[in-house]
Design a protein around this ligand. Sequence first.
Ligand SMILES: Nc1ncnc2c1ncn2[C@@H]1O[C@H](COP(=O)(O)OP(=O)(O)OP(=O)(O)O)[C@@H](O)[C@H]1O
Length: 271
Amino acid sequence: MFDAQTTKVTPSASQGRNSPPIMTVRNLSLHYGDKQALDDVSFDLYSNEILAFIGPSGCGKSTALKCLNRMHDDTRGVRTCGTILMEGEDINGPDVDPPLHRRRFGWVAQKPNPFPTSIYENVAYAARLHGLTPNRQALKEHVKQCLSRAGLWDEVEEHLYKKSGTDLSGGQQQRLCIARALATQPDVLLMDEPTGSIDPIATARIEDLLLELKQDQAIVIITHSMAQARRIADRVAYFHLGKLLEVQDTEAMFTAPATPEARAFIEGKMG
Ligand SMILES: Nc1ncnc2c1ncn2[C@@H]1O[C@H](COP(=O)(O)OP(=O)(O)OP(=O)(O)O)[C@@H](O)[C@H]1O
């Protein structure tokens, strides 16, 4: 299944997924100037799964995440090689329009970063910009749906136009950012430590939410919490010094990691 020699994968990690992967990453390497941040990384991403990236600080998790939606395009000095296919098409091919490609992804950062505009506008903005709804009423419905899917509608329905996104609590702000990410109807949600700066109760809400959202989206999440990866991920990818050392079904990763590096990291002896 995997053609990268360096990536170990148990047979079970690729079984039970009946449709082809939505994304296929093969032999991906990336340099920032002279510094190599990714080295021969290969993995698949399936629709309706949560894939967690774990590994020590600086091992390339965010760099790999940003390759998927071509976020490095405008970063000076970045060189990549290898291939990334989305539904079989090379995402860096000549026929791919980068903004259109990016629209297929929602991005959620560690620190909630709502726009300093109304709650409504936070979600409506991108949908309006891209002409995703035919009229104002449809846009309102779309905003309501995104906020509902992000588990926030009931809490903000009264204040949609009056309250700024920045006036919500940290956990609410992060759910607003998830609603905003859903506004372009993405195929894939990319999340870089989305609960890294919110409290445990807000974290639990977002974890529940991700388990619901994966019915409609593939989700890639970077997390430093092994407990979180174990709770919500279907599969876990362990990065180490720029290499993806193994991808496993979650239980297998936490009970029988294939590499000593992953075992040491999971047991808290490294990282
Ligand atoms: N824009 C950049 N320019 C130069 N080097 C970079 C840049 N971004 C990241 N790096 C380097 O690339 C390597 C991988 O960084 P990356 O942020 O992908 O790691 P990470 O696993 O996400 O780390 P963390 O868990 O600490 O967020 C690190 O050595 C980092 O210093």
